[in-house]
Design a protein around this ligand. Structure first.
Ligand SMILES: Nc1nc2c(ncn2[C@@H]2O[C@H](COP(=O)(O)OP(=O)(O)OP(=O)(O)O)[C@@H](O)[C@H]2O)c(=O)[nH]1
Ligand SMILES: [Mg+2]
Length: 364
């Protein structure tokens, strides 16, 4: 039997749906959702009134764990956990748990580990502060000295991890350089988790990337040749999510850098979602692309899952280079997408061509 979770999240239909899906992705069953107005405030991370309400809910539903759908400080987690007498985790810890489960390659594992350490350090610092003030906090009875020692150990680990990841990054860079010299055209798939990137990747390459319908199935990038187009390669990448903390993006930077060096980024969006949710996920994805300093003029939106859409979507965004509607699953309008890719490729060749044909005017 799977473990039960009580979830504290915002009064927002989509936020609720998403956090339930995330919890389920780690194998938990959500037995109760407690909506609140604010998270991250005060002693418990939620108002004292809500904290007491949560205590009642925990007594009634007897969950194994309580999930709070935002980042909390170490002391908020500790105080809330003591009050409701249950293990408490925050949104970031939950996402890290999913990542940990999904990480298959060495690079993904290193990235997840780095993200975890970066999540842990500020929490430990806070624990040390609390100990110094004489508070008997934390699950382990360690004193400030032991925690500091442990923290130094973790910091050394971070340095080692960064070095290993840097090696991976250089390896990628070398590959990238080779691809650049061979004049190939790189198309990267970006987008919210579950948008259908891997399905499209399989469709374009004839491959068999893993698809589960659960969040964060893909954590590493894979390159494949696009069927039917010479020298065009497609790259699958890790999915985005709303309220993604910066340090997580940072940890996955070497993977996400593939987006930056691509000739074209296809921003895949699930367009079968209700319009409000569609735009939220679209905007959250654009925000991540901007954070990664990707030139939006190289981005085409791929409105996926048209087969399941129930309304006419009026798409417009002047910042990007256009859009195309497809169904990756059923193979609808893949030709239209390939046309767009060819157009973009021709544009690039024209730019390169005109750049190399510029010669100094020596006629006098
Ligand atoms: N109806 C419909 N479903 C689709 C389509 N494309 C993908 N899906 C489904 O959407 C779910 C997620 O697809 P994935 O391709 O794994 O999504 P992803 O973007 O790679 O997700 P992450 O790896 O988690 O970032 C799967 O259940 C797919 O079968 C489509 O065109 N139509
Ligand atoms: Mg995927």
């Amino acid at each position: 039997m799977s473990e039960k979770a009580v979830i504290v999240t915002f009064k927002d239909k989509y936020a609720q749906q998403e956090i339930v899906e995330l919890a389920e992705a780690t194998g938990l069953t959500a037995v109760y959702v407690l909506p609140v107005k604010e998270i991250g405030i005060g002693k418990y991370g939620i108002t004292s009134g809500k904290a007491l309400e949560l205590k009642d809910v925990v007594e009634r539903y007897n969950p194994d764990i309580v999930i709070v759908d935002e980042q909390l400080t170490a002391s908020q987690i500790y105080n809330l956990s003591k009050l409701v007498d249950r293990k408490v985790i925050d949104r970031i810890r939950l996402i890290l748990d999913i990542f940990e489960k999904r990480a298959m390659t060495t690079e993904a594992k290193l990235q997840v580990k780095l993200a975890e350490l970066q999540y842990e350090i500020p929490r430990l610092k806070e624990l040390v502060r609390m100990r110094r003030m004489g508070e008997q906090t934390g699950p382990m009875g360690y004193g400030a000295y032991e925690i500091e020692k442990y923290m130094r150990f973790l910091k050394r680990q971070i340095v080692v991890l960064r070095e290993k990841l840097e090696k991976e990054r250089r390896r990628r860079e070398l590959h990238r350089q080779k691809r650049y010299e061979s004049n190939s055209f790189i198309v990267s798939l970006a987008g919210y988790t579950g948008a259908g990137k891997s399905t499209l990747f399989n469709r374009l390459s004839g491959e068999n990337a893993r698809i589960t319908g659960k969040p964060f199935t893909t954590l590493t990038t894979t390159f494949r040749k696009v069927k039917g187009l010479d020298d065009v390669y497609v790259v699958d990448t890790v999915g985005f999510i709303e309220r993604l903390p910066h340090f997580l993006i940072e940890s996955f930077r070497s993977t996400l850098e593939e987006l930056k060096y691509a000739d074209l980024v296809l921003l895949v969006v699930d367009s079968s979602l209700p319009e409000e949710e569609f735009w939220r996920k679209y905007n959250a994805s654009i925000k991540v692309l901007q954070e990664l300093e990707i030139d939006l003029k190289n981005v085409i939106a791929v409105l996926n899952k048209v087969d399941a859409r129930k309304y006419e979507l009026k798409f417009q965004d002047e910042r990007i280079a256009g859009y195309v509607e497809i169904s990756a699953l059923l193979g609808i309008n893949i030709e239209g997408l390939l046309e767009k890719i060819k157009e973009k490729r021709a544009e690039k060749e024209q730019i390169i061509g005109s750049a190399s044909s510029v010669s100094p005017d020596l006629s006098g």
